[in-house]
Every structure is written in C-alpha cells, then in structure tokens.
Design a protein around this ligand. Structure first.
Ligand code: RIB
Length: 302
C-alpha cells in the first residue's frame, strides 16, 4: 500500500533501557522493579522503523558512536530493511534512553543525546535526495540539523512532517511552511504555554502553532482522547480505537509515521489521522519501541 513511497527520517537513534515497576518512586524513595530489558529506540529510529514496517522505502539520517550500542542499533535498522548508509559512526557515545514504566503502562523517559546532538547539518541535508516523497524530523537532535533539513525539504517540494517530541519550545519560526506539525499534549504546552484539555484550549493552541510554523496542518496527539486536526479554520477530532494499554512508549512515533504515510499516499489529512490513531492504538498494546510497530495488514484490520 505504501511501497511506492520514498521516505527519509532525520533524527535520533537510542538504545533504550526499560525498567518496569508497579509504581514510580517519589523523590528520595527506592522501589523494587519487576523486570528490565534493552530495546532499540530513539524517536527518529522508531519513526523510520514504523515507516519501514508499513512498507515504505526508508533512509535513516543520523549518528551513533563507534561503540557496542551504536553497532547494534545500525544492525537493527538494517534488519528492518532501512537504508542506514547515512547514519554516521563517530562522536562521543551513542544516545541512551532510560525509560521507567509503571504498572499502568505510563512512562517517564530520560534521554542522553550523545552522538544524536552531533549530527552535522550539511551532511544531513546532503543525504536528503530530491526524489523523496516524505521527510520526517523530531526534536531529539540538535536544532540546526532539524531546521536545515526541514527548510531544504520544503524548498524541494517534499512533504515534510515535524513530530515535536521531546517537549521543548523549539524555534518553529525558523522552518516555516512544513506540511504537518504534530505535537502531543506536553509538547503542545512547551510550544504554546497552553494545556490542550478542552475545545477552547485545543483551538487556541492549534492557532498559535499554525501562526508560528505556517504549516498546512496541525495535528495534536491527545493520548487517550485520540487526535485533533486543525487546517487553519476548523478543528476536527478523531477518537482513538480501544486497546489494552501495556506500554505507551513510541506510540506517538508510530502515530506520526502512519499519519505521514497515509497523507503522502492519499492527500487526505482526515484519513491520515485515522491511520495514525490505528497505529498508535496498536503500539500502546505492546511492550517496547521498535517491537510495537504494526505492519500494514494489521493496521487495516484493526
Ligand atoms: O518516543 C519514544 C522514544 O523516546 C524512546 O524510544 C526513547 O529512545 C526516546 O527517545
């Protein structure tokens, strides 16, 4: 369904260490974990993996260090049929994310950016081929790389999707004219100072995001409330699909990847929002980042 789409992701590649516990500790408190494990992650790599599992041709543009985690992560990308030739291998240490996950599947994440913060903007731009249909970025690398990549893709007429994670007040004004800007609730607050918790605040925040980014669409990821699409005039809501929440890690990455692919395919932002919801709902029902991404058949059946 999406096999004709050529996509590139400029973004982070992390080793995730996931520690499970019934409840997270208070300040100064120790709690016992129930188990732990390692998983390939990073918002950029997760989105690349989601795109590839959905059938697109994907190139990952990023950086890992010449260490064990870096090599494992590159192998993981290749295993998922992602072109890793534009992943530079140098820099301090490979990115690492410590994820603590409570009994309700809610996470708290601390990221050490390492090599992700050292991607060279010129090298990233040089790897964005003119024949791409889609470029995706997030905010887990350095700002210059994101801005240079987005502006280059816009100039080339490539559909450009900005996932606003992790939460920070990024300079959206420096990369105006993308196709879709998509923050979750905390990212919306970081960018607008508004908590998107009712119709009025959702509209107000969407207008600010539109004004700052001059994007074609703003798509707010609203967690258990689904998503909201703003086209500059009206807001349309899409309720989520029901699923058993096990781990919310990377659900947003999965959502944005499916949203982007369906938009490139059909040009229909509402159909795209529905695909995003399907993908996000499947992702929360599974543990881990990379492992929770659905294939295209699952998405359609869901
Ligand atoms: O969005 C989830 C991701 O955020 C994790 O895989 C972790 O690496 C952090 O970057």
């Amino acid at each position: 369904m999406y096999s004709n789409i050529k996509a590139a992701v400029v973004g982070s590649i992390n080793m995730d260490i996931i520690l499970n516990m019934e409840r997270v500790p208070e300040v100064g408190e120790n709690v016992l974990g129930t188990d732990y494990g390692y998983a390939n992650g990073g918002k950029g790599a997760n989105q690349a993996t989601a795109l590839a599992k959905l059938g697109a041709n994907v190139k990952m543009i990023g950086k890992v260090a010449d260490d064990d985690n870096g090599h494992k992560l590159i192998e993981g990308l290749k295993k998922n049929k992602i072109d890793a030739s534009a992943v530079a291998i140098s820099g301090s240490q490979t990115g690492l994310a410590a994820i603590i996950l409570d009994g309700e599947g809610k996470n708290r994440i601390v990221v050490y950016e390492g090599a992700n913060a050292e991607i060279n903007p010129d090298e990233a731009v040089a790897s964005i081929n003119d024949d791409l249909n889609l470029l995706m970025v997030q905010f887990e690398t350095n700002e210059d790389v994101v801005i240079a990549s987005v502006n280059h893709a816009i100039k080339k007429g490539i559909t450009t999707v900005i996932d606003c994670g992790p939460a920070k007040n990024f300079s959206l004004e420096k990369m105006q004219g993308a196709t879709i800007v998509s923050p979750n609730e905390s990212e919306t607050f970081a960018l607008t100072g508004i908590e998107p918790n009712d119709d009025e605040s959702i509209l107000k925040a969407s207008k600010i995001l539109m004004e700052r980014s001059k994007a074609k669409y703003i798509v707010l990821k609203l967690g258990s409330r689904g998503c909201a699409v703003f086209d500059g005039e009206t807001i349309k809501y899409f309720a989520p699909y029901k699923s058993n929440v096990v781990d919310t890690t990377a659900a947003g990455d999965c959502f944005t990847a499916a949203l982007a692919l369906e938009y490139v395919k059909s040009g229909d932002i509402f159909k795209a929002a529905d695909m995003g919801n399907r993908a996000g709902s499947i992702a929360v029902s599974r543990m881990g980042a990379e492992n929770s991404m659905p294939g295209v058949d699952e998405l359609l059946k869901f």
